[in-house]
Design a protein around this ligand. Structure first.
Ligand code: 2DT
Length: 211
């Protein structure tokens, strides 16, 4: 019987090294014929993604609640496609997802927009089989290149986001010390991914988030 694909998610604050590690993982999975695809959220290629891109690059201002819903809608528009790919045996290596949605929105401390509120529009989306949480101190992240170009890349805000990720950690999460050298991080990532592929987790159906 065809094993379904794995949904492997990287989460963490800006400049925690997610993209580098996604690329390295995809390369390895290609060699082992796991049929990986590299996805990222926000997906800036869609119409909603263009709105998000304009917001992140400060070309437009949008209401905070509305922005949270647009980020969620940007995942919803990909929901069927994700289920179909996973069920057809393709593994998805994803750079950011719903947990970023919550960690960033909650960092804004908006009255009435608590965790429950943030979770609602995400309900029923595919659930990651493994969340690789790239934990790095906001200070180390800030010292890496390219910081400060987009809306949320500010030290104080990133500290709040980091605290929110710590609070959101749950089932299927593996914490990786992302302050280590790239290869060492990759080795830890591969160990967690190998554990997933050899576990029984992928013999069941794709989970649904927050159900
Ligand atoms: P990058 O494309 O560089 O990762 O930055 N974000 C992301 C949210 O506020 N909500 C979300 O749901 C997601 C997926 C995190 C994207 C920026 O957008 C933020 C940083």
């Amino acid at each position: 019987m065809l094993q379904r694909g794995a949904f492997i998610l990287f989460e963490g604050i800006d400049r925690s090294g997610k993209t580098t590690q996604c690329n390295k993982l995809v390369e390895c999975l290609q060699k082992s014929e796991r049929k990986p695809e590299h996805w990222r959220f926000p997906d800036r290629s869609t119409e909603l993604g263009k709105v998000i891109n304009n917001f992140l690059s400060s070309k437009v201002e949008l209401d905070d609640a509305a922005v949270h819903l647009v980020f969620a809608a940007n995942r919803r528009e990909k929901c069927k496609d994700m289920f179909n790919k996973l069920n057809s045996g393709i593994s998805l290596v994803v750079d950011r997802y719903s947990y970023s949605g919550m960690a960033y929105t909650l960092a804004k401390d908006i009255p009435d927009m608590d965790q429950q509120w943030c979770m609602m529009p995400e309900r029923g989306l595919p659930e990651p089989d493994l969340v690789l949480y790239m934990r790095v101190s906001p200070e180390v992240a800030a010292s890496r290149g390219g910081y400060g170009e987009e809306r949320y890349e500010k030290a104080e805000f990133q500290k709040k986001v980091a605290a929110n990720f710590d609070m959101l950690k749950g089932k299927n999460w593996v914490e990786i010390d992302a302050g280590q050298p790239i290869q060492k991080i990759h080795d830890e990532v591969m160990k967690a991914v190998d554990d997933l592929y050899s576990s029984s987790r992928l013999s069941g159906p794709v989970g649904k988030l927050y159900t």
